[in-house]
Design a protein around this ligand. Structure first.
Ligand SMILES: Cc1cc2nc3c(=O)[nH]c(=O)nc-3n(C[C@H](O)[C@H](O)[C@H](O)COP(=O)(O)OP(=O)(O)OC[C@H]3O[C@@H](n4cnc5c(N)ncnc54)[C@H](O)[C@@H]3O)c2cc1C
Length: 545
């Protein structure tokens, strides 16, 4: 018998259905992609099992290892992963996280895919990187039809087939992306890698990339200079004749988080490549890919918010202090209600973007709106992520700071989505550029948020103020973060008015849109529907078995 039993220590959160216990996600999918409900519900059930939760832990504990050389000293440039990583990524491939909209013709395929990705990332975020890059490579690849016809069927396969072998011998392939160099990441036009045409339709690359995640992928989209300017290329790891391409992995990065995923530095020593898109048009070609990876930054952060929120709810529901459950204490209720509000606002934005990607196929106006809204959402949701994780961690007190609680993993993961695929400033400058180049995208943006005009006076006022700010051209660059933050907030407010219960929209518009909003979570004013908000969070928590 234990002398000091673990009294008042909440049990691990296991054995719940991540899909069914998330009413915002489940309702939206039922409405917009009902064909996917059964599959997603099964997936949510699977992921909530102790075995799969453990796979996430193991994949992080046992980080990838670079095997640069064979025993005989020959370069092999391979990466070794723990079996848990293979199981997790295999599960993602089986669910089509890397391909669903490219193979599924039913309406709502983007929404079904983001839902699956959002569920998987709650268990482990690291595998999301190669799944996202594989998904996002397809629109860029399609700019070079003969390459697309070879590669798209391989990368949209639902079979995970690990290992460096000729693509034609594999049941499925994964794609990565290598743009960032030592002297410039955001500034890709400063790339120094050079490409030389070999006259047979292929090119030889000489240079390096400072960041190249998931280097075990079968091929990469990369950028290199030609006389016409920066050009996009496909670089396979293994050449069609079975030889290893001259892509050398220098080392793996020792990162804050995202530790199950390998991120590397690579060098091209005469690597053979195939051009994607026109010479000198590399940036617009790869931007197609980046627009899709930015969507997944929003998906990943919304997912990590959900994972942190359910841990906080679960803990506070079970743990007592000063004679009452934490969840019954008014100030903790305020914190949990505020976190619930933030999560729902992020998730509604994610779902709207995915709906926009679905709609973009037939509607150019929707495509233009979604391109701007994706950048705006990527900036704001990802910025909120780290702050959110810190507050959710604090709900668990000291236990939240301890590895076993899962919270440190979520906390370390959060800042990444804000940095890659365009760090905060770069995204805001992109938004300015997009509006300057195609002013009608801003009109489409305002048309969307104006659809709820009259629904909440604070939202109406915030939209009017935002319009006035955009009419002032002076010092737009220095004001870019203010503009983009406010765009995200009015879009979230408008979405919550349309899609969520009125008490959610009321609390959001009352606390996020005015000029005097407080900055910390847990500062919803008295008179806010704390209880109703908590019950929305509670509803979810109660559904956890
Ligand atoms: C874990 C991890 C994995 C990654 N994987 C990949 C990968 O697979 N492939 C790949 O290509 N890249 C990858 N990256 C690189 C990532 O995309 C870049 O780090 C990121 O785009 C920023 O580029 P940089 O590091 O060169 O920073 P810089 O471009 O030097 O930017 C530094 C800071 O300055 C700001 N800044 C830049 N320009 C301006 C400006 N004009 N005005 C104001 N502020 C500005 C930026 O917002 C940023 O905050 C990865 C990064 C990480 C951390």
């Amino acid at each position: 018998m234990e002398i000091f039993p673990p009294l008042n220590q909440p049990a691990d959160l296991v054995g719940y259905n991540l899909f069914e216990s998330d009413p915002v996600l489940a309702e939206s999918i039922a409405e917009n992609a009902s064909w996917a409900v059964t599959q997603l519900s099964r997936f949510g059930e699977t992921l909530g099992q102790a075995d799969w939760l453990e796979q996430g832990r193991l994949a992080n504990r046992h980080e990838p290892i670079l095997q640069a050389f064979s025993r005989q000293g020959q370069r092999i440039d391979e990466v070794e992963f723990h079996p848990a990583w293979h199981r997790l990524i295999g599960l993602g491939v089986e669910q089509g996280v890397h391909c669903l909209p490219w193979v599924e013709e039913r309406v709502g395929a983007h929404q079904a895919r983001v839902a699956a990705h959002y569920l998987l990332t709650q268990i482990e975020a690291g595998v999301g990187c190669p799944l996202t890059m594989t998904f996002a490579a397809v629109p860029s690849l399609r700019r070079q039809p003969e390459l697309a016809s070879q590669w798209v069927p391989r990368i949209t396969s639902r079979q995970y087939d690990f290992g460096l072998r000729p693509p034609q011998d594999k049941k499925g392939c994964l794609m990565g992306m290598a743009m960032t160099e030592k002297q410039g990441g955001s500034d890709v036009r400063a790339n120094t890698t050079r490409a030389e045409a070999l006259g047979d339709g292929t090119y030889r690359l000489q240079g390096h990339k400072w960041f190249c995640s998931a280097p075990m992928c079968d091929a990469f989209l990369t950028l290199a200079q030609m006389s016409a300017g920066v050009t996009c290329f496909l670089v396979p790891r293994i050449l069609p004749d079975g030889q290893r391409n001259r892509v050398h992995i220098q080392r793996l990065k020792d990162k804050v988080g995202n530790r199950s995923n390998a991120s590397s530095e690579i060098e091209y020593h005469g690597a053979i490549a195939w051009r994607v898109g026109e010479e000198g048009r590399g940036v617009p070609t790869i931007i197609e890919m980046v627009n899709h990876t930015r969507l997944d930054c929003v998906v990943g952060t919304s997912s990590l918010m959900r994972a942190a929120l359910v841990q906080a709810l679960h803990h506070c529901r079970t743990r007592s202090a000063f004679g009452r459950k934490l969840v019954e204490q008014p100030l903790m209720q305020n914190v949990l209600a505020d976190l619930t509000l933030e999560w729902e606002a992020a998730l509604q934005l994610m779902l709207r973007l995915a709906q926009g990607f679905d709609g973009s196929v037939k509607d150019p106006g929707e495509a233009a709106f979604v391109r701007l809204a994706t950048a705006v959402s990527k900036y704001w949701v990802c910025k909120r992520g780290a702050r959110f994780a810190q507050e959710a961690m604090e709900c668990l007190g000291g236990s939240g700071y301890v590895e076993e609680s899962v919270m440190p993993r979520l906390y370390r993961e959060m800042p990444l989505a804000s940095i890659w695929e365009g760090s905060g400033n770069v995204i805001c400058l992109d938004v300015l550029r997009a509006v300057h180049k195609t002013p009608e995208t801003l009109e489409l943006f305002f048309a969307e948020v104006e659809s709820t005009r009259g629904g909440d006076r604070r939202l109406d006022q915030a939209v009017d103020n935002l319009k006035a700010s955009w009419r002032r051209p002076e010092e737009a660059e220095v004001r870019a973060r203010r503009l983009v933050e406010r765009m995200a907030l009015v879009l979230q407010g408008s979405l919550l008015l349309r899609r969520s219960p009125s008490f959610v929209a009321e609390a959001f518009c009352g606390t996020r849109l005015g000029d005097n909003c407080l900055m910390e979570f847990g500062t919803l004013p008295s008179g806010t529907a704390h209880q109703a908000l908590l019950e929305r969070g509670w509803q979810n928590a109660l559904a956890l078995r």
